[in-house]
Design a protein around this ligand. Structure first.
Ligand code: ATP
Ligand code: MG
Length: 430
């Protein structure tokens, strides 16, 4: 029996269909299909986690997660399009084209999530002997991180079930750890980052006990695996609220624990750091930036000066490359980047500097556009273009080149660069 569920055992608060705004029309058709198939096979089928929270807030959920008392293998038997993933906890992922619905069997805590995609996928492996990891719906609610994330929507009768006090916290707009915050953060330090992320993203306040526990335990974040930290940072960068989230993470001391190099930014670099994030939030609101560009923002302040020096011919390329390599290498290690991701970030920076140089031939322009790091460099350039007129012109020139290439035309129709988009290049030996 988990300590937490044993400690809190009041009957749940249940809202009937008339008492809450979640209608089936707000769920994706595939989610409904999954819920109903489980239900008709005699299993409990709940919508769980962030989707219930978002629907109650009138927001559009990012994705839909399902909780059930069916075992992963039983889920797999019900859905031909299901795969079982997860080393420690097995989850069934039901795939409908682009949409993936994660179906997890109710379990008891303390449970630490593994980031998606980092788990071994092995559908043929037999059920592992973790039967005692499974639990009741109530235990499943209590093993979750925050009260607002512990709500269920039951497809059998359209009720919302609240074991953890999430409904009143949603109303009061508070992020509160389920159970003693200090204990929950010791159990899984990544929850501290998640608390800050939710508070900023939803515009909620942190419950005082939860905030105090972060103040007390922030150094424990170092115990978290690099892969999970990378996942949470990426989620924050993609949220459209990166500037606000990273500011709070910094204030709590969490950010410089995770990325110690940030503590060495001088005032100007710190200002650049937050400016880049705010601009990226703006760029990102219009179209998605690639993940490598978003991650690159975090160390851009280190490289900003050498990059512009190199672009203007004031720094040999070899020196720039060495600098990029060492900075990106440090971050790659802290966040366990794959080899390929490290490569994309490195070349993203290098190409950012190269973009400022007039392509010397159509062939060179084509090679540039086709390089795998070109989109990373272009995303960074788009951020820079928001405050730098020269960068904006260069961005425009490359967008034109790209459009021509996509249309099957030669990349350099006339001397596009004569318009002054590219700075004059001084020859530098490297
Ligand atoms: P988002 O809108 O970012 O997807 P979410 O709440 O759905 O928010 P997920 O990371 O998708 O967040 O996790 C789904 C659910 O799993 C959460 O709502 C929460 O109930 C539970 N959960 C996730 N991570 C943890 C954790 N570290 N500890 C406990 N429970 C967690
Ligand atoms: Mg989610």
């Amino acid at each position: 029996m988990t300590g937490l569920a044993a400690r809190h055992n009041p009957s749940p608060k249940v809202l009937s269909r008339a008492e809450h705004p979640i209608s089936r029309r707000l769920l994706s058709p595939n989610t409904l299909k999954v819920l109903y198939r489980l239900h008709h096979a005699g299993f409990l089928a709940y919508l769980v986690g962030g989707a219930v929270r978002d629907l109650l807030l009138g927001r559009t959920p990012k994705d839909f997660d399902v909780g059930t008392d069916a075992r992963p293998q039983q889920v797999r038997q019900l859905f031909r399009n299901a795969r079982i993933i997860g080393r420690r906890f097995r989850i069934a992922r039901v795939q409908f084209g682009e949409e993936v619905i994660e179906v997890s069997t109710f379990r008891r805590g303390p449970a630490v999530e593994e980031p998606n995609g980092e788990e071994s996928a092995d559908a043929l492996a037999p059920e592992v002997g973790n039967e005692d990891e499974y639990g009741t719906p109530e235990e499943d609610a209590f093993r979750r991180d925050f009260t607002i994330n512990g709500l269920f929507y039951n497809i059998a009768d359209f009720t919302v079930i609240d074991h953890v006090g999430g409904l009143s916290d949603l109303e009061r707009r508070v992020i509160r750890a389920i159970g003693p915050a200090g204990e929950r953060f010791m159990e899984d330090p990544v929850r501290m980052m998640r608390a800050v992320e939710y508070a900023v993203r939803l515009g909620f306040s942190l419950d005082p006990e939860t905030a105090a526990a972060i103040g007390e335990h922030f150094r424990e974040i170092r115990r978290a695996s690099a892969a999970r930290l990378a996942y949470e940072l990426s989620e924050s960068l993609k949220s459209g609220h990166a500037a606000g989230i990273f500011r709070r993470l910094w204030e709590f001391g969490l950010l410089t624990e995770v990325l110690p190099f940030l503590a060495f930014y001088d005032a100007k670099q710190q200002e650049l750091f937050f400016r880049f994030l705010a601009l990226a939030d703006g760029v990102h609101a219009q179209r998605k930036m690639c993940e490598e560009a978003l991650l690159a923002l975090l160390l851009w302040p280190w490289l900003y000066k050498p990059l512009s020096q190199a672009a203007e011919g004031g720094l040999p390329w070899g020196q720039l490359e060495a600098e990029i390599k060492s900075r990106v290498g440090e971050m790659a290690q802290l966040l366990a980047f794959s080899h390929y991701r490290g490569h994309l970030v490195r070349y993203g920076f290098l190409y950012l500097a190269r973009l400022f140089q007039e392509p010397r031939s159509p062939r060179k322009a084509l090679r540039m556009v086709r390089h795998e790091a070109f989109p990373v460099a272009m995303d960074l350039l788009a951020v820079q273009a928001a405050f730098d007129a020269q960068a904006a012109r260069v961005l425009g020139a490359w967008r034109e080149i790209l459009a021509r290439v996509k249309a099957g035309q030669p990349p350099l129709p006339q001397r596009v660069t004569r318009g002054g988009q590219f700075p004059r290049r001084r020859r530098v030996r490297s």
